[in-house]
Design a protein around this ligand. Structure first.
Ligand code: C2E
Ligand code: MG
Ligand code: MG
Ligand code: MG
Length: 288
């Protein structure tokens, strides 16, 4: 807004900026209280192999149940958490909660193999010097074998410091954790580096999936990513599948897995528990 005041004028703040700053400060304080005060929730969104449509994996997605503002989307507080450093306690809480829940599901349901839990890591979390130790301790406390945890990082996180990324990913890999690149295609990761990283999965960003049925460029991009993944020996999960046509196209292109509203929206733990209990090994009843 200071910019809109025009060239050559040194506007430090106007009243609307002040409100923004105050609102931000309030939000930051609220978020701090939310982490300790039990206002965070984890929702779970199923991920399915496109061939079977059975739930083999769920992504943990944080939500904030604000006392007066209702449910707040992570898009509205993760950036603030990242800026302020609150992402560290917040992220550890999500990781603990997700691992705890996954261990309960494993004990409760005789699905073979057990469901994998996928957890997002922000750039700052990924740069924690003791990340691998924290993750290992969390797994031990939850009683969850490492092979049932997948961690998602973005291309931006990878490229912050490639040598450090390689070393951190290698440590996580040594524990037995699966590693995924989230929102693939939207960042600027170098293909030369991708080859050197001990990754398991590329998650194609939903902005490319959206247009595959109508748009030749989107189709070409997605097919190119599938080819790249194959040659790098990586599996692929397509994000944001919203209809049958997209699911069928991706399946015909040998894309392994899909995630999106067509299969299921993110849901509360209770609902996910009911779903896993009901489904066992049967395919997901899709919601259109
Ligand atoms: P993401 O990791 O790429 O997660 C997928 C997002 O896409 C989720 O949004 C999910 O609800 C949404 N989505 C899934 N299927 C569809 C679909 O078919 N159509 C559309 N339009 N959207 C779909 P959500 O839950 O709002 O999360 C947004 C982002 O916030 C996540 O994107 C992730 O980057 C971040 N985030 C969420 N939870 C955490 C967390 O615990 N830690 C960190 N560091 N980031 C998180
Ligand atoms: Mg993700
Ligand atoms: Mg994603
Ligand atoms: Mg995305």
């Amino acid at each position: 807004r200071a910019k809109a005041a025009g060239k050559g004028r040194h506007v430090i703040f106007d009243s609307s900026m002040q409100v923004d700053t105050l609102a931000r400060l309030e939000l930051e304080n609220d978020l701090r209280a939310a982490i300790d005060g039990g206002q965070l929730r984890v929702h779970y969104q199923p991920i399915v192999p496109l061939k079977s449509e059975r739930v083999t994996e769920v992504e943990a997605l944080v939500r904030w149940q604000h006392p007066t503002q209702g449910m707040i989307s992570p898009l509205d507080f993760i950036p603030l958490a990242e800026e302020t450093g609150l992402i560290i306690p917040l992220g550890l809480w999500v990781l603990k909660e997700a691992c705890r829940q996954a261990a309960i599901w494993h004990a409760q349901f005789p699905i073979d193999p057990p469901v994998v839990i996928s957890v997002n890591l922000s750039p700052r979390q990924f740069q924690m010097p003791d990340l691998a130790e924290e993750v290992e301790r969390t797994l031990q406390e939850a009683g969850l074998p490492a092979r049932y945890l997948k961690l998602e990082i973005t291309e931006g996180t990878i490229m912050l410091d490639v040598e450090a990324t390689i070393s951190t990913l290698s440590r996580l890999k040594a524990i037995g954790i699966k590693l995924a690149v989230d929102d693939f295609g939207t960042g600027y990761s170098s293909l030369a580096y991708l080859k050197r990283l001990p990754l398991d999965v590329l998650k194609i960003d939903r902005s490319f999936i959206k247009g595959i049925a109508e748009n030749a460029e989107d189709k070409a991009i997605v097919q190119a990513i599938l080819l790249l993944a194959k040659s790098l020996n990586l599996e692929v999960t397509a994000e944001g599948i919203e209809n049958a046509e997209q699911a069928a196209m991706l399946n015909s292109w040998q894309c392994e897995r899909g995630q999106g509203y067509y299969f299921a929206r993110p849901m509360e733990a209770d609902k996910a528990t009911a779903l896993l209990g009901r489904l066992g090994l049967s395919p997901l009843p899709r919601v259109a």
